[in-house]
Design a protein around this ligand. Structure first.
Ligand SMILES: NC(=O)C1=CN([C@@H]2O[C@H](COP(=O)(O)OP(=O)(O)OC[C@H]3O[C@@H](n4cnc5c(N)ncnc54)[C@H](O)[C@@H]3O)[C@@H](O)[C@H]2O)C=CC1
Ligand SMILES: Nc1nc(=O)c2c([nH]1)NC[C@@H]1CN(c3ccc(C(=O)N[C@@H](CCC(=O)O)C(=O)O)cc3)CN21
Length: 273
């Protein structure tokens, strides 16, 4: 694969719907860069959808994250899908969610996906999550079974953040062996302070590949240079493998400097006031 081809890998950015984020995005992200809006338990789904709708109306391609555990009932999901459609949103990222399951009908992602397909009449599609390193409280077999059950309702898989190229590639091979043909987008941490990354990675259970970061390999050394984690060496190594991943999903933590491998056009394309 040539450097030119590597540079063409589709890249999208995940943001947190914090106060002021719409203005921040508008000031620094070109309209051509797709965005996803995360859904954290202490924020709730309404906030995610509101930010996604605002960004979509500004002209961004945007996917809100919908968490099954965060939904009270089917009517709430129906309202969210209507709001999305009215704002021109055609795809969401569907996830179980970290928060406690409420009394609503969606104990996991699958029944929510079924209702998204039914309520939207198939007009809103969905991405789902994959775990190259497993999940702290779910077995690998359960995760695979859930993925197999969900795949017919999904358009793509986004991986949990991972710091090891071989683990991502092994995971894509595993999915292909098990009959999952969906495109896989690799979840990659953005250039964030290393302390922040370490605490978050421990919290969400990606400790194994973090051990890789403290190993003595050449790639590990490059990733660890400076105060911040640098995703660029990881990304260039990953995309050099032909036919493996379909895109890069960057967990930005709202640090919105343009990623060094980005294919996005220049500042002229930014949203204007
Ligand atoms: N990768 C990501 O971007 C995000 C991941 N999450 C995490 O993903 C988990 C699963 O969501 P999906 O991948 O959509 O899977 P899912 O909702 O399809 O569930 C997969 C399987 O894991 C079980 N399960 C899920 N969470 C569990 C838990 N906390 N304890 C025990 N069993 C559990 C389900 O019953 C099911 O058998 C969430 O609970 C959360 O921890 C949450 C938000 C974003
Ligand atoms: N289990 C799990 N849950 C998630 O929500 C999640 C994943 N995994 N994997 C990938 C990304 C990373 N996510 C996160 C999680 C926390 C923050 C975060 O910065 N939280 C702040 C609070 C931010 C705020 O309230 O505005 C913190 O200090 O914890 C960011 C992205 C969302 N995604």
């Amino acid at each position: 694969m040539t450097a030119q081809e590597r540079a063409m890998i589709p890249t999208r950015i995940e943001i947190i719907p914090s106060e002021g984020i719409v203005e921040k995005v508008r000031a620094s992200v070109p309209l051509s860069t797709p965005l996803t809006v995360t859904c954290l338990p202490h924020h709730g789904i309404a906030r995610t959808v509101q930010v996604a709708v605002e960004l979509s109306l500004l002209g961004y391609t945007v996917l809100p994250h919908l968490t099954a555990h965060g939904l009270q009932d089917r009517a709430q999901l129906s309202g969210i899908l209507r709001d999305c459609e009215s704002a021109g949103i055609t795809e969401v990222f569907a996830i179980g969610g970290d928060g406690p399951r409420n009394s609503g009908p969606y104990g996991s992602c699958l029944p929510m996906l079924e209702d998204i397909a039914e309520l939207s009449g198939g007009r809103i599609s969905a991405g789902i999550a994959g775990y190259p390193e497993g999940h702290p409280s779910v077995t690998g077999l359960d995760l695979l079974e859930a993925l197999l059950a969900k795949q017919h309702l999904a358009t793509h898989v986004v991986t949990q953040m991972c710091f090891s190229v071989p683990k991502v590639l092994d995971y894509v091979s595993l999915l292909r062996r098990e009959g999952v043909e969906l495109p896989v987008w690799a979840g990659v941490a953005g250039a964030v302070p290393r302390t922040k990354l370490l605490s978050l990675a421990t919290q969400i259970g990606v400790g194994t590949s973090l051990k890789f970061l403290t190993s003595k390999g050449a790639l590990a050394k490059r990733l660890l240079s400076g105060d911040k984690y640098s995703p660029a060496p990881f990304v260039s190594e990953l995309v050099a493998q032909p036919g493996s991943i379909s895109g890069i999903h960057l967990y930005s933590f709202n640090r919105l400097d343009r990623p060094s491998w980005s294919t996005a056009p220049d500042a002229d394309d930014r949203a204007t006031a």
